[in-house]
Design a protein around this ligand. Sequence first.
Ligand code: NAG
Length: 341
Amino acid sequence: MIGQIAVGVAASFLVWAYMSLKPPPSRVCGTPGGPPVTSPRIKLSDGRYLAYKEAGVSKEKAKHKVILIHGFDTSKDLNFPVPQDIIEELGIYFLSFDRAGYGDSDPYPSRSVKSEAYDIQELADKLEIGSKFYVIGFSMGGYPAWSCLRYIPHRLLGAALVVPFVHYWWPCLPAELAKQAFRKLLPQDQWTFRVAHYAPWLFNWWMTQKWFHSLSLLEGNMSILCSQDLEMVKKLSSKPNPGQEKIRQQGLYESLYRDIMAGYAQWEFDPADIPDLFPNKEGSVHIWQGCEDRIIPFEINRFIAKKLPWIQYHEVPNAGHMMMFDPKVCESIVRELLPAE
Ligand SMILES: *[C@@H]1O[C@H](CO)[C@@H](O)[C@H](O)[C@H]1NC(C)=O
């Protein structure tokens, strides 16, 4: 009798553990039960679809073609408010896309740092924007930008990494520096990144359980934002921001959770080993960091920029993580990246 009860309890525990570890089924765009496809898409060579959006001057008239890589919990409808007259003056064509699993782009269970660069390359080729182009990666979109620097450097005219993602387990980081920067994060965010890095199989459970706090921003806890960021959030929330409802429509797991797991997985390369893309100065690579940013501690990007002297490092005083929504900063980013004629 006691044996049967024990077996029953053990079996229920296993079922419960299995259910909470297993990610929920995704709701793929354009499949029965899934959301409808409402954006133009290209078909990648592995059969996945990637949704995109074009903006700025037309592809035919453009002097500069720039691929924008969105961050965490945003999409191709990201807000990068470069003033219209600057777009016209410099002749910029912007191409943005939903990274795998976000918006209208198919989920990709094998998604990795590396796959992001190849998605970008195929997108550029399918849309025939030319053999070379610029990329700008924002925040979490910093890891796909690093991936481009590493895997498709021959396709780049230049790159900007804006308040870019940092990986606390990059081998080039001195242990003390990594620890010090990591400890500046909220403990619950530290745990979230640890689970993603060391135990990705546990990540779905971690993000959905109610016993411990997980990622602060997803819980609506704003204490990681500096005062400049809070002000910007307030300013932005008063304006309409179309497309937001589509970001997570295929499920949190395929969009947000997998993004964190891909970023914090072990990388196949160390950014500090990337050779100078433009030894003859025919292009440039930039990192933009806000001094007050508490989501991305400046210590790490400052260190990487010192290690890679061919990167132009811009530390913006009195600016937080949300400085990418400041039109003046946006103007500086494109002016530094794109040569004026
Ligand atoms: C937000 O998180 C911090 C650190 O984990 C905590 O001290 C604070 O009480 C939280 N705030 C809210 C509103 O939950």
